[in-house]
Design a protein around this ligand. Structure first.
Ligand code: HEM
Length: 471
């Protein structure tokens, strides 16, 4: 029973004295996601704000889009546990405090405008075609786990567009970087519910810290090499063509800003690049994995995509162009619906630095807010079929919620994902190449998901491929 109009929102059931809800969160990554989903559904059913207790620390879980927007734009800083990732990502946009974030976001926004992104499409095509070739040996064979292929491809793509990496540099980044990032995310995810490990003194003695250090070594080696490479590049390329509309990786754009406007230090550039690479590759790989399994679960839907691909791209095996992408309307609807139900980032969190009034509730300074993107995406404003995968809803604006923040997979407010258009373009290009060449078979009902900060399928979520006969 939940008391209405309480001065404090209802507390998530099961809270114990001193430890609060912490005991409910401890477990592996599958358990952690199950807990999150239960929490978000409880929040949706109980008025849209629920209090969660991490020992004495109060966190307010929220699923009302407008209230989430208020918090997102009023409380710009992230809570202290984002600082667990600060050794690696420092003042990168995801972890930066408002004072750094604001000027840096302003400087980086133009690096993600449509004109720049259009110059990346050739690279999206190169990587997608490589992937299609790599998948060839799997055709007609037993089901296999497609996610490592997608992780590898997304990582290559974002390294190329961010760092300008060529083949020879790529080898190290493929394996070491991806493993180190994944391991670090697992460490952060495991540390969050273990309250005692929030104390640096105890954390430094823990086995988790040893794990972080092991993978951290790989990570820092990659960073070290890259920093010297970066310095070399800086020395060699004193005059950069600022007017060129040719492919120009993000690193070059940041070097320009550093040189012309004294905008970033080397260390800041390193932190931004690491943040962007980490923010980009696993999210897009995960979304394409879910989308392929969803498409593989519905033969009719897959045929509709195939027909659209044929009518937009024709029968020849050509690249996807910037003009094709907006025409792939149904593919985009499928991708968005997949992102709605399976958002790779299920929630974002904010630090509350002064008291805020939400309805009749006081959200006190010193607490945190968890904006439940997963919950917002399944809000009743999506209709009675909010829990169903129905891409058609995206084709009819009247069947979509009026509230523009009801689709929250890329977060909401001023700190919305910087790479959302990049991600959509890259994912659509990848899916177009795969689905043009192969028929995919999967079963979304068999997918078990986990949360290691990102929500993703546990390994071994398999798809099967069949070669399409060209018409
Ligand atoms: C399916 C793909 C993606 C999803 C679902 C996604 C989702 C998100 C979300 C939810 C946030 C907010 C994180 C937070 O506040 O804690 C975020 C932030 C961010 N994302 Fe993405 N992202 C995706 C792809 C990308 C790509 C491809 C890039 C870059 C190429 C990127 C770069 C960033 C950056 C830099 C931020 C920090 C923004 C800021 O605070 O100013 N993301 N993303």
């Amino acid at each position: 029973w939940v008391r209405p109009r309480s001065p404090s929102p209802p507390t998530y059931p099961g809270s114990l004295p001193l430890i609060g809800n912490v005991h409910q969160m401890i477990g592996d990554a599958v358990h952690w996601l199950t807990f999150e989903k239960k929490l978000f559904h409880f929040c949706l059913k109980n008025g849209g704000i629920v209090k969660l207790l991490f020992g004495p620390h109060q966190a307010f879980v929220m699923t009302e889009p407008d209230e989430c927007l208020t918090i997102a734009n009023t409380c710009m800083d992230k809570p202290y546990f984002y600082s667990f990732a600060k050794d690696c990502y420092g003042r990168g946009l995801v972890t930066a405090n408002e004072s750094t974030w604001k000027p840096h976001r302003k400087l980086l926004n133009p690096a993600f405008n449509l004109q720049v992104l259009n110059t990346f499409i050739a690279e999206f095509n190169v990587q997608a075609k490589d992937l299609v070739s790599l998948l060839e040996p799997k055709v007609g064979k037993e089901p296999f786990d497609v996610q490592p292929y997608l992780v590898n491809m997304s990582l290559k793509t974002v390294c190329r567009t961010s760092l300008g990496f060529r083949e020879k540099d790529q080898r190290m980044i493929d394996t070491d970087y991806a493993h180190a990032t994944e391991a670090l995310f697992l460490v952060f995810g495991e540390r969050i519910p273990k309250l005692w490990l929030h104390l640096p003194q105890l954390y430094n003695l823990s086995s988790l810290k040893k794990k972080e250090d092991n993978f951290g070594d790989v990570f820092f080696q990659v960073i070290k090499n890259r920093r010297s490479e970066l310095k070399l590049k800086n020395n060699n390329e004193k005059s950069i063509d600022t007017k060129s509309d040719k492919f120009k990786p993000l690193l070059d754009q940041m070097l320009e800003l550093a040189e012309n406007q004294d905008a970033f230090s080397d260390e800041e550039i390193r932190e931004h690049l690491d943040t962007i690479v980490a923010a980009a590759y696993d999210t897009t790989a995960t979304s394409v994995t879910y989308t392929l399994v969803l498409i593989g679960s519905d033969a009719q839907l897959q045929e509709r995509i195939w027909k659209e691909l044929k009518s937009v791209l024709g029968d020849e095996d050509r690249d996807v162009t910037k003009n094709d992408l907006p025409k792939l309307v149904y593919l985009e609807a499928v991708l968005k619906e997949s992102l709605r139900l399976y958002p790779p980032v299920p929630f974002v969190a904010r630090d509350v630095t002064s008291d805020i009034q939400i309805r009749n509730y006081k959200i006190p300074a010193g607490s945190s807010c968890f904006l439940a993107l997963y919950g917002i995406n399944r809000h009743p404003m999506w209709g009675a079929d909010a829990e169903e995968f129905r891409p058609e809803r995206w084709l009819d604006p009247d069947s979509l919620p009026i509230n523009p923040n009801a689709f929250a997979s890329f977060s909401i407010g001023k700190r919305v994902c910087l790479g959302r258009s990049y991600g959509m373009m890259a994912m659509k290009t990848t899916l177009a190449h795969i689905l043009r060449r192969y028929r995919v078979f999967g079963d979304i009902n068999k997918v078990v998901s986990r949360s290691d900060i990102l929500m993703k399928p546990v390994t071994g979520q398999h798809i099967k491929l069949e070669l399409r006969t060209r018409v």
